[in-house]
Write a protein that binds this ligand. Sequence first.
Ligand code: TMP
Ligand code: ASP
Length: 241
Amino acid sequence: MTPTKQAPLYEGKAKKVYATKDSQSYIVSYKDDATAFNGLKKDTIKKKGELNNRITNLLMQMLHKHAIPTHFIQELSPTDSLVKKLTMFPLEVIVRNFAAGSITKRLGIKEGEKFERPILEFCYKNDALGDPMINTDHILALKLAQAEEIDAISSYALQINTLLSDYFASMGILLVDFKLEFGKDEEGKIILGDEISPDTCRFWDAQTKQKLDKDRFREDLGDVSEAYEIVLQKILAKESK
Ligand code: TMP
Ligand code: ASP
């Protein structure tokens, strides 16, 4: 039987989460709403929900094949997916390969500069505070995660970076940076949750450096859903080989 949405549990800026009849799974429904700069800029982008749902699910299945535990269970509709219920860490885990976005302003680095090695950052997920960047001492002192959990999350994030960077490089896309969120299942196992999409990654065409992600919305470059569609079509082409 196809799982169906029960009570709505949570509505975020880009997704809604519903209970299901199974206490161990949720339905995530992707919205066309787009926000940036902590909600200051808002719009709706036609088809964004579908594109992010499909891209996330394809990427999570690729990662699963490479032994990364993810919350993905099943795609239910163009915009909705069944996922494993997790208790999320209130952390955004960011990995950067090339300079873009906030780090260019914070450290005065030119956009596009390649880092000698990937940079791992943590932000405290708290809209009221604007998701401030924190380090592992803050995470431990504030009891947001334990030391072994931070180690596991960091190790997964860097493995995911290698897997995704190689995957996208093979289709002519540079993985500039991205954001992940992790949670724990009932047994305390650390699992990748949330989404991996052009909303949460920076993707550049490797040749032209054209931006194929949410920066098109942040920077008013236009053709937002067209760019997301290019990313989806390249993934589908690779998967059909
Ligand atoms: P940043 O350069 O704005 O710090 O963003 C780094 C990466 O994290 C980029 O790929 C976009 C992603 N990101 C999110 O997914 N959600 C957020 O709220 C922010 C600020 C960034
Ligand atoms: N997701 C964040 C917001 O809504 C920031 C961003 O992605 O730029 O505001």
